[in-house]
Design a protein around this ligand. Structure first.
Ligand SMILES: [Zn+2]
Length: 130
């Protein structure tokens, strides 16, 4: 393992973008075997090559900038999925409403009858049945 550590010294290594590229390349590989379309495996190979080019790259700053950009791009999707998971967990205890003033989503405990909800952001009040 010592040769490997020496080989990897000063190289960028693995990050989130690497994992995403490998998963994507697996997806393309599967698509290629399902559809029999050879171009999918070419795309898979390119993604795989790019992933390893990044791992072995010595331009650590450039690679970490790429990863940062990738994470920024991914942020709305991951926020949406986190929110959705939380809402499903909360389904029995809370009800969600959208504020008529600013469009923010508001969480209210369930089973309290008709309540007046005041948005903490814009102050718009509305009466809703919980
Ligand atoms: Zn509001």
């Amino acid at each position: 393992m010592d040769w490997f550590r020496r080989f990897m010294a000063g190289r960028y290594g693995v990050d989130q973008l690497y994992v995403a590229l490998i998963i994507l390349s697996m997806v393309f590989l599967m698509l290629s075997s399902i559809t029999g379309w050879p171009y999918f495996s070419v795309v898979a190979l390119l993604l795989f090559a790019y992933a390893y080019f990044r791992v072995l790259s010595r331009s650590i700053y450039k690679r970490s900038q790429e990863n940062l950009m990738f994470l920024k791009l991914l942020d709305p999707a991951s926020r949406w999925s986190r929110q959705t998971v939380r809402r499903i967990k909360d389904l029995k205890k809370y009800k969600y409403f959208r504020c008529t003033g600013c469009g923010r989503s508001l969480r209210v405990p369930r089973g309290k009858g008709k309540v007046r909800i005041t948005c903490p952001i814009c102050g718009t009040a509305s009466v809703k049945k919980t």
